[in-house]
Design a protein around this ligand. Structure first.
Ligand code: XIL
Length: 352
């Protein structure tokens, strides 16, 4: 007869083996796959979904991602809408709290941008000194409040001109008009002073696969590095469409050139818009583009994070932005069902 001790031992070993097998069978998530490679995978959080406490949204967010950026809630016009110096941090705080409760990092977006400014700022004229003070107030207020809580900031967003003229470098914004192009250096210096531990990024669109705009941006950040301006990285927004198929090698080339300057890169606002109506063939093509971009980005040592501009088609800026022409741009459908793009990104995140 087998002793009771032996029976217990055998049952114990069987139990552990069974549990290990079950764990292996459990579907991995985006964040597990990214964490295994030391990368961050994230999304832009819609404040509507947070305010309503939408369960499917919050559960999916916590399960799949390890970094969050506020889609709107930290922009100047949203934190400081009423009057200079009068801040409302409710939405921004809620996002930071959600992130930290779920073991996620937070990216801050965006301190200086020509869009979504407070009315009191956008609709008035300011002298150089006044504008310098306003810029400083917003940077020190935001970085001060979220010191140690927001690990990286888009300090300046979309400052490069879209013009095809290589000599027309800067977008003519109210910051530029009042201060001159030095407003960019100034913003980074103020940000470093306000939170020496935060990573400081320049963020833009239309630089994703090289070209004139990338060259302008590259020269700008190169100059900043040479002048000793505290910039840590460049964010590539990557609001893409089907034109992006087969372009990832050009993205890698851009990443490598920035690496030579000692800069980190991140994909900060990835989505792949589909011209409506959406169908199975288009969803497969979209998945392929996501796969190409994420797979190539993950292999680059200076690319530390990939953030999507939302994760469910229920909350995406694309239909509104394209006036209903485009949609279906994200990884989950409107009912939180994973699309082919989800499996493609998961697969691309895995180290193969
Ligand atoms: C967009 C938001 O998604 C929209 O909800 C808002 O109405 C406008 O801004 N580049 C950026 C983001 O840096 O902040 C923008 O976000 C999308 C383009």
């Amino acid at each position: 007869m087998m002793s009771l001790r032996w029976v217990c031992l055998i049952l114990g070993v069987l139990g552990v083996t069974l549990m290990a097998a079950q764990n292996q069978q459990q579907e991995p998530t985006l964040r597990h796959a990214a964490e295994a490679r030391g990368k961050l995978i994230g999304f832009a959080m819609a404040r509507g979904a947070v305010r309503k406490g939408e369960k499917a949204y919050l559960d999916t967010a916590a399960r799949e991602f390890n970094v969050i950026v506020a889609e709107n809630s930290m922009k100047f016009g949203l934190v400081c809408p009423k009057a200079r110096g009068v801040y409302d941090f409710n939405d921004a705080d809620a996002i930071v709290e959600f992130a930290h409760t779920n073991g996620m990092k937070v990216r801050g977006h965006a301190l200086l941008w020509h869009n979504q400014q407070p009315k009191w700022l956008a609709e008035d004229e300011w002298t150089k000194q006044e504008m310098t003070d306003i810029v400083g107030e917003n940077i020190t207020t935001m970085l001060g409040r979220y010191k140690g809580k927001v690990y990286a900031w888009d300090v300046v967003n979309e400052a490069i001109s879209d013009s095809n003229d290589a000599n027309d470098v800067y977008r003519k914004t109210n910051y530029y008009d009042a201060i001159g192009s030095e407003y960019i250096d100034l913003a980074f210096k103020l940000a470093r002073g306000a939170d020496p531990n935060a990573k400081l990024f320049y963020n833009d669109y239309g630089c994703d696969f090289g070209g004139i705009k990338f060259e302008k941006m590259f020269n700008m950040v190169k100059g900043m590095k040479e002048r000793g301006i505290p910039i840590d990285g460049v964010g590539f927004q990557m609001h893409l469409g089907f034109y992006a198929e087969g372009q990832s090698a050009k993205m890698v080339e851009c990443f490598r050139r920035l690496k030579e300057l000692g800069l980190e890169v991140q994909i900060t606002e990835l989505d792949v818009a589909i011209e409506l109506p959406c169908d199975g063939t288009k969803l497969q093509k979209q998945a392929e583009i996501y796969r190409q971009i994420v797979e190539a980005a993950c292999k680059e040592s200076n690319c530390t994070a990939i953030l999507l501009w939302g994760f469910t088609d229920k909350h995406s800026w694309i239909p509104g932005f394209s006036q209903g022409k485009n949609g279906c741009a994200l990884l989950f459908d409107e009912n939180y069902k994973p699309k082919p793009a989800y499996s493609a990104v998961l697969d691309a995140l895995k180290d193969k």
